[in-house]
Design a binder for this molecule. Structure first.
Ligand code: 0O2
Length: 267
């Protein structure tokens, strides 16, 4: 295929990757800005390289005409979660969305691959709009924990080096390491509530400080500069106390002051 034709074929998939990354990153932002724990920790997207497509075509005996039908991971998304439990939440969240349709699922977590690979795969149908009009294409979403991702990334590079003929002794080490990852994920799940609590309080503090600083910044426009500087100094004093209750109290007092100025400016 000519390079220009490859570009035409791949462009809509690149668009799908870009859009999906934005959408799943927004899921993270939405959770965090509401002070909620996000089951998605991070999202990565990639367009399959031409070399990888050609290799897969050879491996699976796919003709040029069948690329789009038979190679379903040209657009690929990877969703990393902190805990195994988050994976089911993400799967549910994806199934509830109306902008993508799940075509098939593969659960390599409950059914680990012989290599030791663990991950939850979903093939989705997704619509993009290009200058040529609307196009429905397939994309693969891999959902896994950060620990599973660590293992898969390293094993993938070894597969590349050994062209799928990884020596037995390395393969054995990889399977042992995969088992160790199962244990790590279990250990982390055991303290999930504590970790989530800690992260939620940190997120709540960040949101509160952001609101306070926004309020102070807005006050600069309407209030006397000396008064705002006093408020700001007060904020630093409360902040170093490292007491969430005090910080919340300060934030509500500040809300009252800001509301007063807002009312004044309306009269
Ligand atoms: P790349 O380079 O990541 O794009 P099948 O269901 O067998 O007909 P397919 O598409 O191979 O066909 O499905 P599968 O097994 O679900 O694999 C899809 C992708 O999952 C792979 O894409 C890898 O990214 C990942 N994967 C699957 N098995 C392994 C594994 O044992 N180790 C690692 N590290 N990753 C794996 P590609 O195209 O093989 O590779």
């Amino acid at each position: 295929m000519e390079i220009q034709l490859w570009r035409e074929l791949l462009d809509p998939y690149q668009l799908a990757v870009d859009e999906l990354v934005v959408k799943f990153n927004h899921v993270i932002t939405e959770h965090r800005s509401r002070g909620l724990y996000s089951p998605i920790e991070s999202v990565e997207g990639r367009l399959k390289s031409i070399v990888s497509i050609l290799d897969k075509m050879k491996r699976k005996n796919v003709s040029m005409n069948d690329i789009e039908k038979k190679i379903e991971d040209i657009a690929g998304l990877r969703i990393n979660c902190q805990f195994v439990e988050d994976i089911d939440r993400v799967v549910k969240l994806i199934k509830q969305r109306t902008d993508m349709k799940v075509k098939c699922e593969k659960d390599y977590i409950r059914h680990m691959k012989a290599s030791g690979y663990r991950s939850y795969h979903m093939i989705i149908e997704y619509k993009v709009n290009t200058v040529k009009g609307e196009k429905t294409l397939s994309a693969e979403i891999q959902i896994r924990t950060m620990a599973m991702n660590f293992w898969a990334t390293i094993e993938h590079s070894l597969q590349y080096k050994y062209k799928e003929n990884i020596p037995d002794y390395i393969q054995k080490k990889l399977i042992d390491a995969s088992q160790a990852i199962v244990e790590i994920d279990k250990a982390m799940s055991d303290v999930r509530d504590e970790i989530m609590d800690a992260q939620n309080s940190h997120q709540k503090k960040e949101n509160l400080v952001k609101d306070i600083l926004n309020n102070i910044q807005n006050l600069y426009r309407v209030a006397n500069k000396r008064e705002v500087t006093k408020i700001q100094d007060e904020f630093y004093k409360v902040y170093v106390m490292d007491d969430m209750m005090q910080l919340q109290h300060f934030a509500s007092q500040l809300d009252i002051i800001s509301e007063g100025y807002r009312a004044q400016s309306l009269t």
